[in-house]
Design a protein around this ligand. Sequence first.
Ligand code: WT7
Length: 636
Amino acid sequence: MSNYNIKHLEEYFKVYKKSVNDPEVFWEEIAEEHFSWYKKWNNVLSWDFKKPEIKWYEGAKLNITENCIDRHLRTNGEKTAILFEPNNPSEEAQHISYNDLSKKVNRFANVLKEQGIKKGDRVCIYLPMIPELAISLLACARIGAIHSVVFAGFSATALSTRINDSDCKIVITSDGSYRGAKTIDLKSIVDEALEECPNVQSVLVAKRINTEIEMKKGRDTWLQPLLDKASDVCEPEIMDAEDPLFILYTSGSTGKPKGMVHTTAGYMVYTAYTFKNMFQYKEEDVYWCTADIGWITGHSYIVYGPLANGATTVMFEGVPSYPDYGRFWKIVEKHKINQFYTAPTAIRALAKQRLDFVNKYDLSSLKVIGSVGEPINEEAWHWYNDNIGKKKSPIIDTWWQTETGGAMITPIPYVTPTIPTYATLPFIGVQPALMDKNGNELKGNQVEGNLCIKFPWPSIARTIWGNHKRYKETYFSAYKDNYFTGDGALRDATGYYRITGRVDDVIIVSGHNLGTAPIEDAINEHPAVAESAIVGFPHDIKGNALYAYVTLKETGETRNQDNLRKEINQIITEHIGPIAKLDKIQFTNGLPKTRSGKIMRRILRKIASNDTSNLGDTSTLLNPEVVQEIIENYIK
Ligand code: WT7
């Protein structure tokens, strides 16, 4: 019997139980009944969190694009696969049918082949939210190349680091991008990045903003003429279940970004199955996730999950504030969106605007509204529920990570009763555990601790590209035999989970995961800076904002502090991107340190949050006197 679509709470509990008691039987049935395979697996699951090594559907042969495209052509070829809504509302939306998508992906795949790209090669994609972005991912998957999408808001340095880390041969970009009223010169960012990337042989350039750009001879080629010449038939490469599908970078607590590697079969099965259930997607529905494909949310829930279900998925090029703050709701009305998925930071920004930006539009098509990326605070939850969901469309607060590939703790709408700020229950097959300070699992309800996952799920990242040791240390060393998420959570009396936030040195700003170390490294590049420490503090739109404590070298620095602040933010913009800019920079004579030389961030966090009532134990500090100085010069 198929449990592909859960419709009642009792069914959820029954299926959940099966998925935990008999995971291999359960995941075998799902895979068998809902996907297309060239060859079935020999073994559903083998795993060892000690090594760590995880394999799902070993021995199976498939191509994910066969599942996301070809198999829908027989029955649904004329259905819209991708609905592209441009930045400028007066430019027409594009409806790309499954038939069109198939041809476009095959053409693109053939172009990549002509460029010498083969199975296993890494392809860097640095594109704005235009159809070519989704198509390029699928084109890579078609020929077995590993895509590495870099969010097009990242700087040249961030881009070159990522290109070099995974040794990409080729970069796919565009002349530029539209973002609200602005245009961004993407190609020149790529040019700058490639000065540091000797192994990149070619750059394919999509035309979007039609500006004059420099094309480097022998390296850069316009994409469209190549696509026009290419055949629209391309046989899919036959892939092994565990062949890498993509690399996606996420920041960590040390300097270098982590290239999370996702493999083919398990990722496909899990993203498709979660998509179907967490959105209760029905055949005629129009689904919209506002994320950028540069993040995991876009990979899993704009591209792969929806397309594997034959869904219509909307891609929006623009921003929520352009031409005004009604844009999201205008799009919901225009395309009669049924499922809408966005981030708390967007909800908070929109909640600050006049309600007539919402009330002008007919939102009655909505059935499910979702949230992802950071904890959704109670106020934002209610605003979303009252004004967008009209108290009838359930909110799904979905907790997951780049590393998990798909949603892990989430309500199933119309099945799981929701409570504000609770991600509620684990998804089918997910076995969470909360850990106490001594590393023991907290059993029973009404407990709070660090959130781990005890058992593999199909879309867990398999390694960090080129650094399996770091994978092991980051995720499998803190708690024996468990995957550690880096988040804290509580489980209430009824078994519902509430995510309380990061417990490591990652700060989530506007839903973007930022490691403190890479930002501190960037600040320390400034010649006048001796040392720095970054912490997060609460911000009413971004969720968290960044507060920096900076000590200067004793070089008789005479520059004015405001200029220094500008220069520091400039360096951050160059090294990482504008998303990592500091809201507040406090210059200080020292940073509070333990005797072993570790910066006591706990104290700095409290001061940055303007809460010095109880600084806790400072007796282990080497230099307790700096604390008072820092408090006195706190920046409001
Ligand atoms: C971190 C992962 C999952 C795609 C987007 C972010 C935080 C994510 C929630 C939520 C509370 C959440 C966690 C997590 N997070 N969703 N619904 N409630 N926190 O992916 O960039 O890898 O970040 O985002 O802290 O660990 P990511």
